[in-house]
Design a protein around this ligand. Structure first.
Ligand SMILES: [Zn+2]
Ligand SMILES: [Zn+2]
Length: 154
């Protein structure tokens, strides 16, 4: 059963999710800023095994900076960010999807945190936890990922 669906700006790349996302986060890192052409990225993470993409050859994947090995994919037709693949072993492999790519972004879980907040363009006045730097942001994300895995998602 497909829970969420979405695609790139021109509709060439289409994806469906067969399980709820595990984390929605706001990332202020400079690569996300550049890749999304935005002050920060609103991104949704899901186990890759739960994502079906209509045709991966429609996506041009580029690694901006390893590690971690994040392949950032743009639609070859419209050039918009489509999906990103975070390469981790086996069942931990994640797909990262810009939240705006979902057909119904309102149905997604709310953002849980800010990552790389020290790279922010502007202060954000909300009550979400804000993590700084690479390791702080990784640990923050891990905490939320593990929390999401043991608690049923909503
Ligand atoms: Zn496109
Ligand atoms: Zn980022």
């Amino acid at each position: 059963m497909d829970i969420h669906s979405g695609g790139c700006g021109c509709g060439s790349v289409r994806f469906t999710l067969s399980a709820p996302p595990i984390l929605r986060t706001l990332c202020h890192c400079s690569i996300c800023q550049a890749f999304n052409d935005a002050p920060y990225a609103d991104i949704t993470l899901i186990a890759r095994r739960h994502v079906t993409v209509n045709d991966l050859t429609l996506i041009d994947f580029q690694a901006y900076r390893p590690p971690p090995n994040v392949q950032r994919g743009r639609c070859r037709r419209c050039g918009q960010p489509a999906i990103e693949q975070l390469h981790l072993p086996g069942p931990m492999a994640l797909t990262i999807i810009p939240s705006r790519n979902f057909d119904d972004a309102e149905a997604l879980p709310p953002p849980r945190m800010h990552g790389f907040y020290d790279s922010r363009v502007a202060d954000i006045a909300d009550r979400l936890p804000k993590y700084h730097g690479y390791w702080g942001s990784q640990l923050g994300a891990m905490r939320h990922l593990l929390g999401a895995l043991i608690r049923p998602s909503r």
